[in-house]
Design a protein around this ligand. Structure first.
Ligand SMILES: NC(=O)C1=CN([C@@H]2O[C@H](COP(=O)(O)OP(=O)(O)OC[C@H]3O[C@@H](n4cnc5c(N)ncnc54)[C@H](O)[C@@H]3O)[C@@H](O)[C@H]2O)C=CC1
Length: 363
């Protein structure tokens, strides 16, 4: 067992205030029992101006002036004290970086109890040399947020169901906690049919400078969604056209795009599997198959460095003079997670050209 600290004694003090029996009216103050070594803890009980000391551990305290057998009380309450003491600390588990993650499923509902447990826990973690503390507060317990902020916690990120707060304990070390997710991930679908027509849309909501522009279907990747399936989904949602993912042709990295977040935009080549257009009325004003030459001639595309270059790359790909990246599913032993590694295979294994993703047809 760890040696006792002021903070733990504070815990006991809170405990004893909370539990009136058998120490009714008692207040607890720290008392250390160095001769007992590990496992010995001392509490001074002050009841009715009568000071008495008891020790739970191997030896027993003086008990006469309390009027009952402290031995028995001590033994009886040893378990009680330690179990209630547990309850006065927040349930938490250690992370691999020397920090602590609070168990959000076992938070007290009462803000006063939470205040006390949080303070006790902070002292406990500080004493144990813990570093970063992660505190997730579910929306159902949002009344705990101001308590945590008052104790020095900072917002880290929020989702619909919770807010995550953090606290960095070591004052002499810079905070090493990673920041919130820094990027949003978008996809654009370049879908070309056998008539060399590209699938384009007009957005319902756009800036006045983009009004009337025919553009590629674009959108955002959902949580836990693959780039390749997100691109197919977005094209289907906006235009009703089914498609098969071929390659990531290029990606753009931009900063301060939305609410200071950076943006990764993956331009994907897709092979159409159907041609009937059914637009999503919520997002899209119109969609159609547009001759590639006509699409390229639009002033906004022609004059835009990014889209002009994207079209050049796509055209190079059509002539097999460029090869994009295709996803290869694998599991890395580093994290054991199934994932997609995007790369191109120009010649294929053993010079087998059929293995190359660069020979795939577009339509
Ligand atoms: N739209 C375009 O012309 C271009 C898009 N991109 C990239 O495409 C990806 C996706 O971007 P976009 O399609 O432009 O996404 P967007 O900003 O149009 O958002 C997608 C959809 O989310 C909804 N939405 C977004 N913000 C909203 C708000 N504040 N209130 C209500 N609804 C909202 C709308 O339904 C919208 O159609 C990004 O990575 C972006 O960088 C890149 C260049 C041009």
């Amino acid at each position: 067992m760890d040696s006792v600290s002021i903070s733990e004694v504070t815990v006991f003090r809170g405990l004893m205030h909370g539990i009136r029996q058998p120490f009714s009216g008692a207040t607890i103050s720290p008392k250390f029992c160095s001769s007992k070594g590990e496992g010995s803890r001392a509490i001074t009980s002050n009841a009715s101006n009568t000071k008495s000391q008891f020790v739970y551990g191997e030896s027993l305290a003086t008990t006469a002036d309390l009027g009952y057998k402290m031995n028995a009380v001590n033994l009886k309450n040893r378990t009680l004290i330690s179990s209630v003491k547990e309850k006065l600390l927040l349930d938490a588990y250690d992370d691999e970086y020397g920090g602590v993650v609070v168990d959000h499923e076992k938070l007290p509902s009462n803000p006063n109890a939470f205040t006390s447990m949080l303070r006790n826990s902070l002292s406990d973690w500080r004493r144990k040399g813990k570093k970063g503390i992660w505190l997730k507060l579910p929306v159902e317990q949002s009344e705990l947020v101001p308590v945590a902020v008052k104790e020095g916690f900072e917002y880290h990120h929020a989702e619909k169901g919770y807010v995550m707060l953090t606290y960095w304990i070591p004052e002499e070390e810079p905070c090493m906690l990673p920041g919130n997710a820094s990027h949003q991930v978008g996809v654009g679908g370049f879908v070309l049919n056998r008539h060399k027509e590209v699938l384009v849309v007009q957005e319902k909501y756009c800036t006045s400078s983009n009004a009337g522009l025919w553009k590629l279907p674009t959108g955002f990747i959902n949580e836990s969604e693959e780039i390749f399936s997100g691109a197919v989904r977005e094209v289907k949602e906006e235009t009703g056209v089914d498609s098969e993912f071929l390659e990531v042709i290029a990606f753009r990295h931009a900063h301060n795009v939305a609410f200071e977040k950076s943006d990764l935009f993956f331009i994907c080549m897709l092979k159409p599997l159907s041609d009937k257009i059914i637009i999503d009325n919520l997002e899209i004003k119109a969609a159609k198959w547009m001759p590639l030459v006509e699409f390229v001639e639009q002033p906004m595309i022609k004059g835009d460095k990014m889209f002009k270059r994207v079209i050049e790359i796509c055209e190079a790909r059509l002539r097999h003079r460029y090869c994009g990246l295709s996803p290869h599913r694998l599991v890395s032993t580093f994290d054991g997670r199934p994932s997609s590694l995007y790369y191109n295979v120009v010649d294929g294994d053993d010079n087998d050209a059929s293995q190359s993703n660069c020979t795939a047809d577009f339509y």
